[in-house]
Write a protein that binds this ligand. Structure first.
Ligand code: H2B
Length: 99
């Protein structure tokens, strides 16, 4: 059973803690840029394993060192806490790679 879709107020509050993420077409959206293709692909590889363990998978598009990500929860028909949690993990991982 999917978590409930976040209310506009809750979503707005959560977004204040999520650097670089915004809503676009009722999905969480962010563009990441890395130093190289290898770094971008490493980020995707790590997140693929996280996604599998969460049972929650991104829509993403990669060109060279750039990755565009969209997240939504299908059963809820919009953004849930699970999307927020996934995005939080992605930001932490990107920060680790950049340090
Ligand atoms: C059955 C399985 O858990 C679902 O289809 C999962 C798979 N991965 C998913 N990923 C995302 N982003 N949203 C979902 O609603 C979703 N559902």
């Amino acid at each position: 059973m999917a978590l409930p879709k976040l209310s506009p107020t809750d979503l707005e509050a959560q977004l204040t803690h999520l650097d670089g993420w915004a809503t676009q077409n009722d999905k969480l959206h962010k563009d990441f840029t890395f130093a190289s293709f290898v770094e971008a692909f490493g980020f995707m590889s790590s997140l693929a394993l996280v996604s599998e363990s969460m049972g929650h998978h991104p829509e993403w598009f990669n060109v060279y060192n750039r990755i565009t990500i969209d997240l939504t929860t299908h059963d809820a028909g919009g953004i849930t806490q699970q999307d927020i949690d996934w995005a939080t993990t992605a930001n932490k991982l990107a920060a680790k790679l950049a340090s």
